[in-house]
Design a protein around this ligand. Structure first.
Ligand SMILES: [Zn+2]
Length: 378
């Protein structure tokens, strides 16, 4: 438990995530951030002193990384609710992955606003959680992979403005953070570690990529288990962060590498994520934890609420109190088979049973290659 309220972690949220959707068939039709807010409040873990209302970033602020013409096209598409064939071709707007929807500018500008603000709030140190962040596929002048903007990149640039030079960016989403790698893959002052499922979109993030020597990509086979992730944590993530000695850590904590997620074939339990959060928060004076992928409303809500509990040192009860259970019982997963008969533990618990197993040769070999590149001092 963090006793001094001045140093308590901050949660940046907004109700825009409760009231907007990418459309009835899009993976991002499901509620995510609102579940984390409701569950955390239901547990008594999110009082007004720790909650920060996310600002909505203006185009001028977003042009720190994004192309002004693209930002103009995005704002106009929201206003007109149309993306012309030219706009679709040039900017990736109005596609299946990045559809036109009523809040297509305001919603990403809000999660980007949270990341820009986080960089300021962390100037003197601390812990900030923005579960709406983690849109790691966004490109400077193009929407990509459900992401219209790239808030992790903006967070790191905002930290830089606060005088922070060396940043460790750790990404445990099931997908490779191609947009973040475009921004910082060749920057020796950014340690970038990504664990992601092999042969999965966007198909970037090869084991062989070295960038400026501080880029580590670990593609992983389907069926990744908690034992393998613990090995990756203890042999790659924690030792390289320790050697790099960052002034800030940005963790993209996508929730799509768990068994319940419909978009990946990785099979972690949420314990893996929470253990990484707990270990990393001790390793730098500034910590920003972002969300990311996560497309099953129950697994994403449970995982990210557990992240907030971990950041605050709250004990996660084995069985949730009725008020928290009612949040989970109130969720729907429309147009998906997983929504038909959810098992009871999706309602009554936050913590999954551990999913341990063997460390397979493929994981061991990839890990050995990357571990050989860890320098005593980067
Ligand atoms: Zn993902």
């Amino acid at each position: 438990m963090i006793k001094d309220p001045k140093h308590a972690p901050l949660f940046i949220g907004s109700d825009i995530y409760r009231t907007s959707s990418y459309g009835a068939w899009h993976p991002l039709r499901v509620p995510r951030v609102s579940t984390v807010m409701d569950l955390s409040r239901g547990m008594g873990w999110l009082g007004p002193a720790q909650y920060v209302q996310s600002p909505r970033a203006k185009a001028a602020a977003l042009s720190l990384w994004h192309d002004p013409d693209y930002l103009g096209a995005l704002a106009l598409a929201e206003q007109t609710q149309i993306a012309s064939p030219e706009v679709k071709e040039r900017y990736g707007l109005g596609t299946t992955a990045n559809p036109v929807f009523p809040e297509m500018w305001r919603r990403p500008a809000t999660s980007a606003g949270a990341s820009l603000l986080a960089g300021e709030l962390l100037a003197q140190g601390g812990i900030v959680y923005s579960p709406a962040g983690g849109t790691h596929h966004g490109m400077p002048a193009r929407a990509n992979g459900f992401c219209y903007l790239n808030d992790p990149v903006l967070a790191i640039l905002s930290l830089r403005r606060s005088g922070v030079r060396r940043v460790a960016y750790i990404d445990i989403d099931a997908h490779h953070p191609d947009g973040v790698e475009v921004a910082f893959g060749a920057d020796p002052d950014v340690l970038m570690i990504s664990t992601h499922e092999e042969n999965r979109w966007p198909r970037t993030g090869a084991l062989e990529d070295v960038g400026a020597g501080t880029l580590f990509n670990l593609p992983l086979p389907a069926g990744l288990n908690d034992t393998e992730m613990a090995e990756i944590r203890d042999r790659l993530i924690l030792p390289s962060v320790a050697s790099f000695a960052p002034e800030a850590i940005v963790l993209q904590c996508g929730a799509d590498a768990v068994t319940e997620d419909p978009l990946s074939r990785l099979t972690l339990s949420n314990n893996s994520h929470w253990q990484i959060v707990a270990a990393l928060m001790e390793m730098a004076p500034r910590n920003l934890v972002l969300g990311g992928g996560g497309y099953n409303p129950w697994s994403v809500g449970r995982l990210w609420t557990g992240v907030w509990a971990t950041l605050n040192g709250h004990l996660i009860p084995e069985v949730l109190p009725p008020v928290a259970q009612s949040v989970l019982r109130g969720l729907e997963f429309q147009n998906h088979r997983l929504g038909r008969n959810p098992p009871d533990h999706w309602f009554s618990t936050l913590r999954d049973s551990p999913r341990n197993g063997e460390v397979r040769p493929k994981v061991r070999d990839g890990l050995a290659r990357l571990c050989a590149r860890i320098q005593p001092e980067f």
